[in-house]
Write a new protein. Structure first.
Length: 713
């Protein structure tokens, strides 16, 4: 190579490297750190994926059978977390005991083949998941009967009376039919993911209080048993099962890092420490419990040593029994819930993402709980994602991340993540509840190939991912806890920028729908598209307005929020104009005139009615909708939900079933603030759920809530 050519090549390479670094900051979702860099760097430096991983190893190294003494005193997890809180010097650390609950518990179980061979098939002491929760005590010797998938025909043809049924179906699915057919037990080798892991045993349950027991085998072993039975072999087994019901305290380790201003409120951080009392999962959810334990240690150490300023608001940590414990705590502490600004719930946050083909997901609140905490958390997801990419760093000559968040024994993977819509089924839903109204989001690694199976062990976790979960949650919580007017302005600016982006995405989706609409559907598609944009704009203005709580009385923030809200309105107006132009053009191409949008008489009436939650809703608290008698639903032509008080008697009385309202919880949330008309509620419902209730059914449901004295019009 000639010298001049070599110099030119070096110059070109240097330019490419510089461009690569610059592009990392100019592509969408470029690094935006709402915290001072030094504060963020200290949080990263103090956090430890290893320590979080060690917590999981101590909490759930494998599925252990709890002793009777443990149920009578402090549970293993309670002892461990409370000991660490004391060791770390966390202020206001305590274990709250709120009520008691009853739980099924396995004591011992074994399954032996007694003929034609002598061999142990399964043992509860070897693998707790092998005995289905809800199993009855038994001591029987019986012949096996193959029932395939457990259809009624297969059960009838197998002749299971006095026998133990072997099936590839889940035990719970065939339980009722097998009881009626006279079977004495079940052996199931159902697996939710047999192609991922043929050794997985689901943490499954059958209905308690019946005479049946159920052993769960991994598919590998179940197939052997199946093939022997299909070959005509007569197999006899002896099953010995001892189970019991135990009472246990709802134990909630908790601590509070106090804020400097007691009147400024709190941020709540949750992770369920108990997924019931029988299942002990590493990712579900000892990973979340471990992550917030290291988060509490990290923030407390930095604050107590003066490395970072003490926040204005308190940061409260809760390690809880899933959902039931959260509801019990919220009911015990309504004042603390009322003081809180928001909640971050960490549920299953530790998977080794690249090995599990998974993502770290931020699951936002619904439109019924608009709040800036979604954008705050999202900003740190993007920041960690952008600064943990590998690219050629100037002068380094090797792949290197800008601000690496790795662990010594963890992956060096890029950060695989997704910003997702709301999903419930965890503790944040207690706070998002209509009767509570505390905006709460969830962080979760999903999908999870080991979810609710015996494969949920520490080996599937990644210390790097645990550290990233800790850093993101700690950064978001500390920012909100520390925010004054200046920080609130930065958060509001981020919300406003994201609002423009989200409206643009909604416009893009709507344009695609209009462009593909057939002639006979064009008018309806156009109207739905505009309504979806309306919903987006309403939600974005409400999200922006939520930042005002960070600096009550701040004139600069109020003025800025007002101007940006007006900009959202203008952006929405221009987007609607664009859709109108597109719809007309599409109509001309299809030779189908598109009429200007007009509200129906029902829509005009709905646009004038603004529901609002009454004081009774917050006084009732979490689960308020569950207290509505079934007769109240029936009176308004609505099918009583399974959880409604008095629902079963109402249904049994021969009353008409009525319409089914699937999204009642969100309808109630959207009505709580009093800012949304019934038509607005319908629009926002449609924007979130593809097959939402009709306007008539939304109105009917709100009238039912008014009858129950939970809303006024």
């Amino acid at each position: 190579m000639k010298k001049n050519s070599f110099i030119f090549t070096l110059a070109a390479l240097a330019a490419c490297i510089a461009v690569a670094r610059a592009q990392n900051y100019t592509t969408p979702f470029a690094p935006l750190n709402l915290l001072p860099e030094r504060v963020y760097d200290l949080i990263v430096g103090e956090s430890s994926g290893e320590q979080a991983y060690y917590h999981v190893m101590e909490l759930a190294p494998y599925e252990m059978n709890r002793t009777a003494d443990e149920y009578r005193g402090e549970l293993h997890e309670t002892k461990y977390v409370s000991a660490r809180l004391r060791e770390y010097g966390l202020p206001h650390a305590e274990v709250e005991r709120i009520g008691r609950s009853s739980t099924w518990d396995g004591v011992s179980a074994s399954l032996w083949e007694t003929g034609p061979r002598t061999a142990k098939i399964a043992d509860y002491a070897d693998l707790a998941a092998t005995l289905a929760q809800g199993s009855a005590s038994a001591s029987v010797e019986a012949q096996l009967a193959w029932i395939g998938r457990g259809t009624a025909r297969e059960i009838a043809e197998a002749g299971v009376r006095g026998k133990i049924a072997v099936t590839e179906a889940a035990g719970a699915r065939v339980q009722t039919d097998l009881i009626e057919a006279g079977a004495v037990g079940i052996i199931s080798f159902y697996s939710p993911r047999p192609l991922v892991d043929p050794l997985q045993v689901p943490n499954a349950a059958i209905r308690a209080g019946t005479p049946l027991f159920c052993f769960n085998l991994p598919p590998r072993d179940g197939h052997v048993l199946r093939d022997r039975l299909l070959a005509g072999e007569a197999i006899t087994v002896r099953a010995r099962v001892e189970t019991t019901e135990v009472e246990v305290d709802n134990q909630i380790p908790t601590c509070l890092i106090p804020g400097t201003d007691p009147e400024a409120g709190e941020i709540i951080i949750t992770a369920h420490l108990f997924e019931g009392y029988v299942k002990l999962g590493a990712n579900d959810n000892n990973s979340g419990a471990a992550a917030i334990l290291d988060m509490a240690r990290t923030l407390n150490r930095l604050i107590s040593t003066g490395a970072i300023p003490a926040p204005r608001r308190g940061i409260r940590f809760l390690w809880i029994p899933e959902i039931s414990g959260t509801a019990a705590w919220a009911g015990r502490h309504p004042d603390a819930v009322a003081r809180a600004l928001c909640c971050l719930n960490l549920d299953m946050v530790g998977l080794w993402l690249s090995r599990s083909e998974s993502l770290f997901c931020l699951q936002r609140t619904t439109m019924g709980n608009p709040h800036y905490v979604n954008d705050v958390a999202e900003s740190f997801f993007h920041y960690v994602g952008a600064t943990n990419k590998q690219f050629l760093a100037t002068g380094a000559g090797r792949p290197e991340a800008l601000k690496p968040v790795f662990s010594a024994t963890g992956s060096h993977d890029p950060f695989y993540y997704a910003i997702s819509a709301h999903y419930g089924s965890s503790d944040h839903e207690v706070f998002n509840d209509f009767g509570v109204g505390l905006p709460s989001l969830m962080l979760i690694t999903w999908p999870d190939n080991y979810y609710h199976t015996s494969g949920d062990r520490p080996s599937i976790l990644d210390p790097t991912q645990l550290r990233r979960a800790t850093v993101i949650a700690a950064s978001a919580a500390y920012l909100v806890a520390s925010a004054g007017e200046n920080e609130a302005l930065a958060i509001a600016a981020d919300v406003a920028a994201n609002a423009a982006r989200r409206i643009a995405l909604a416009r893009q989706r709507a344009a695609t729908d209009i462009s593909g609409a057939a002639a006979d559907r064009l008018q309806d598609v156009f109207k739905r598209a505009v309504f979806d944009l309306d919903a987006c704009a309403i939600h974005e203005r409400a999200t922006l307005a939520s930042t005002l709580e960070l600096a009550a009385g701040g004139t600069a923030l109020k003025k800025y929020v007002d101007t940006q809200s007006a900009d959202i309105t203008n952006t929405h107006r221009l987007a609607v104009k664009s859709l109108e132009d597109l719809a007309r053009a599409r109509g001309e191409a299809l030779r189908t005139p598109v009429r200007p949008l007009a509200l129906t008489a029902d829509e005009q009436a709905a646009a004038k009615i603004y529901p609002k939650a009454t004081a009774l809703a917050s006084e009732t608290g979490s689960g308020a909708l569950r207290t509505i008698p079934g007769e109240t639903f029936v009176r308004h032509g609505i099918a009583p939900p399974a959880f409604g008080r008095g629902a079963a008697p109402a249904a049994a009385s021969g009353a008409p079933a009525g319409v089914t309202v699937v999204n009642g919880a969100e309808i109630a949330r959207l009505a709580a603030s009093g800012r949304n008309s019934i038509l607005d509620i319908k629009k926002m419902l449609d924007a979130q759920f593809p097959n939402a209730e009709s306007l008539a059914d939304v109105t009917r449901y709100l009238e039912m809530l008014r009858d129950a004295k939970f809303v006024t019009f």
